[in-house]
Design a protein around this ligand. Structure first.
Ligand code: G6P
Length: 529
């Protein structure tokens, strides 16, 4: 590639220990200049947001995740106090757990944390757990596992892993709204497991949730061990650096002050109004150029580091839930968004990189390079060559191979994976998403599209109950999906009735016996005690 272009476009910040290379995005010479008016408007929007404006108009909310790492920026003394006192409470609680001053009943020391949450209430903690666990090679102070779904078998798997250590397990139920059904279900399943083991679960349970939520009410009425707040001015997908992410991380033994310091340092840099000094603005403009400001290309995130495996999954929510919007701020239909996927290199080179090089050219790659290979000395796998040399070799080789075929890429380089650098990366992408949303004129801070699926699921659950009632009342009579839907007076829902019957018949709790017939849709279903 072109060294002169690289020299002129390379952003490097030795203080942060982070660099950004946009030279492999072949935007025209005047692109950065022509974007200046839009970009300056985006900076102005961002300054207003940080100053406490209602930056999420649909929900009439402020957007305050930047205050979490510099409470002095909070627009009122009350908000500042809320941030600092929560941080103190997290540290205090964690210190007591680590010292064994706060224990499970019977003085049993907590050794395990089970986090129950979903979406923004799980992805950040999962990323941090995976990226920063056992960083120096030693053991974590507490080991963290997750329920992040309503999959019964998934929960059984985690509970089996915990086994008899359930008595040493601290459970953190995280839900901003406190009403998310998957999380409620996880909480009930965990409580049942504790009860079955003869354990007094409220003495193990902690809630992170919004004031007055259903979850908070349960935690209060059952006398849970502790509660930590979640505020309406922090979105789920930007909540890693409030109690949602900090509490599990601190308990694990991760240096949360360094994560916060990393994000704060990145915030300072990404507030700069001069484009060439602002890596988040450069990133946002590259997304704009690569995708025509319309999401026409996908963002493939490829960290060459196992510890950053979950970064793409974390970014998937941050980017897609923020940018994937039907309407712009004026109410025009725009169907915005950028699709995000990726795992890690060089692993993915043996999976889908074939298509990236030769197949449909509908993406741009963001490589994440980590300079430091490992803590200890490295084996030479060939004379003078280590496994880390190979990891870099595959990264550089793949990048060149893609460039040769006009497949564009951005590269972010960090010195190492550490609490500080992860805080920086989180801060970098939060800012880039916010700036990009301004560039394309959308609200990045709501998620109206998520509700439709939740509402429809409620309808499905109601129909499931009706089916069970009808079959029971029919006392063993056999129905096809069609005859049952007709009986329920819902012929338009025959497909749903079929799907529900199939699931009921597959599980003992369904009490449904299926008799297979030909053709398959003449199969019958009947109640069975
Ligand atoms: O934290 P909770 O209120 O339980 O929400 C968990 C998640 O579910 C919702 O459906 C939203 O789409 C996500 O933005 C959110 O992070």
């Amino acid at each position: 590639m072109n060294w002169e272009r690289f020299k002129s476009l390379y952003y490097t910040n030795p203080k942060l220990g982070l660099s950004l290379d946009i030279s492999r995005m072949p935007f025209p010479d005047d692109f950065l200049t022509t974007m200046q008016p839009k970009l300056q408007q985006a900076f102005a929007d961002m300054a207003a947001l940080e100053g406490g404006a209602i930056a999420n108009p649909d929900e009439n909310r402020m957007v305050g995740h930047y205050w979490l790492r510099n409470a002095d920026l909070a627009p009122t003394p009350e908000l500042k106090q809320a941030i600092t006192s929560t941080l103190d409470a997290i540290k205090d609680f964690t210190a007591k757990v680590h010292k064994g001053e706060l224990t499970a009943p019977g003085g049993v020391k907590f050794k395990e944390v089970l986090v129950i949450g979903i979406g923004g209430s799980a992805l950040g903690p999962q990323l941090v757990n995976h990226a920063l666990g056992r960083l120096k090679g030693g053991r974590d102070k507490l080991r963290v596992s997750f329920f992040d779904n309503t999959d019964p078998d998934g929960m059984d798997y985690v509970l089996k892993e915990l086994g008899s250590r359930l008595k040493q397990t601290l459970v953190i139920v995280i839900s901003k709204s406190g009403g998310t059904v998957e999380t409620r279900n996880g909480m009930l399943e965990a409580a049942a497991a504790f009860k079955a083991a003869g354990l007094d679960y409220p003495k193990h349970f902690v809630a992170v949730t919004g004031a007055g939520s259903k979850l908070e009410q349960v935690a209060i009425s059952e006398g849970w061990l502790a509660r930590f707040p979640m505020w309406d001015w922090v979105g789920g997908r930007t909540s890693e650096l409030c109690a949602v992410g900090l509490l599990p991380a601190a308990l694990q033994g991760i240096k949360i002050d360094q994560m916060l310091a990393g994000a704060a340092a990145m915030d300072e840099v990404t507030r700069k109004k001069s484009l060439r000094d602002n890596p988040a603005a450069l990133l946002a403009l590259m997304w704009y150029w690569a995708t025509d400001g319309k999401g026409t290309k996908d963002m493939v995130v490829l960290p060459y580091k196992d510890r950053l495996l979950l970064f793409s999954r974390y970014l998937q929510q941050l980017v897609m839930e923020s940018l994937g919007k039907e309407l712009d701020l004026q109410g025009n239909v725009v169907n915005q968004g950028i699709a995000v996927y990726g795992n890690k290199g060089s692993t993915d080179q043996h999976a889908y990189v074939q298509q990236l090089r030769e197949g449909v050219n509908n993406f741009f790659v963001t490589f994440i390079e980590v300079l430091k290979d490992r803590n200890d000395a490295s084996l030479e796998v060939e004379p003078g060559i280590t496994t880390g040399d190979y990891l870099q070799g595959f990264f550089l080789g793949t990048r060149d191979a893609l460039s040769e075929k006009n497949r564009h890429s951005i590269t972010i380089t960090v010195n190492e994976v550490s609490p500080r650098s992860l805080g920086q990366l989180i801060g970098l992408y939060e800012r880039a998403v916010g700036l990009y949303a301004s560039l394309v004129g959308i609200n990045a801070y709501h998620q109206p599209g998520v509700e439709a699926g939740k509402k429809a699921a409620t309808g499905v659950i109601a129909l499931r109950l009706k089916i069970a009632d009808a079959l029971k009342a029919a006392g063993g009579r056999e129905f096809t999906a069609e005859t049952l839907a007709a009986l329920l007076n819902q012929p338009e829902k025959t497909e749903l009735v079929f799907k529900l019957l199939e699931h009921l018949a597959a599980n003992p709790a369904g009490h449904v016996k299926k008799t297979v017939q030909k053709p398959w849709h003449e199969s019958t279903y009947a109640w069975q005690e």
